[in-house]
Design a binder for this molecule. Sequence first.
Ligand code: PAF
Length: 286
Amino acid sequence: MLVFKGKTDARNWVLRRRCRGERVGLVPTMGALHEGHLQLVRKAVANCDRCVATIFVNPKQFAPDEDFARYPRTLQQDLDLLRSAGTAAVFVPDDHTMYSANASTFVQPPRIAQPWEGQYRPHHFQGVTTVVSKIFNILPVTHAFFGHKDFQQAIVIQRMNQELDFGIEIKIVATVRERDGLALSSRNRYLSVRQRQQAAGLFAALRGAHAVFATGQRQAVALEKTLRDTLAHHDITEIDYAVAVPAETLEPVPLLPEKTITLLAVRLGTTRLIDNLRLDEPLPAL
Ligand code: PAF
């Protein structure tokens, strides 16, 4: 597996592959890799001729009071995992390689970035669209793979890709879950034993809403009550949002369409967790 620190070497590697007509699949990450990331790599390996990953903890998508400084950095282990999952090359830039000291250009995210995460983390998506655009420009791949766990992020990137004509095929890959349903996340490692038990409440809430939706209930308030009651049952009281919205717009409506998604963001101590579930699709097997 090749490891690139510089932009030119990384770009040239992708361009050489593209000149040979190869399909190159990108998996952008912030490191601290887990099975969810490896699932993205496996999809890239299965769908493309080569997989290239990136590891970069992007300072521009964290607010000053967020966890940028304590975000887990496990580079050697990450490289070993990527290699064993079949990654051909990894781009591991440092902050100065990605951003010049006085960089002042940002990519304005599409409108769908405004609710939910956009409301609770006001500059987050601008940081994401800026860094992902840069990565798309540095690594002109054919395909890019993002996790369903960050559903709003994946849709924001899909829209940006479409509206700014990057011409990359964006694939959204199913969330990988623990046995009790907790979605894998690099931030799960912050949880205490007690918080880890409470965290099972997120999937319990999603599954509860899924069951109610399956009975034909389409009132958003009814589904949101199920979400909140289940979270309360697991002693989760700090809720940023717990909503059921149309999967295509993410805008609140009183009466839900068939393609509906539930979105959750909660806080357990200083750790913020998000998750989601499509209500019109079969429950994932655990
Ligand atoms: O999902 C992530 O890990 C990050 O937001 C991403 C897409 C790698 C951009 O920094």
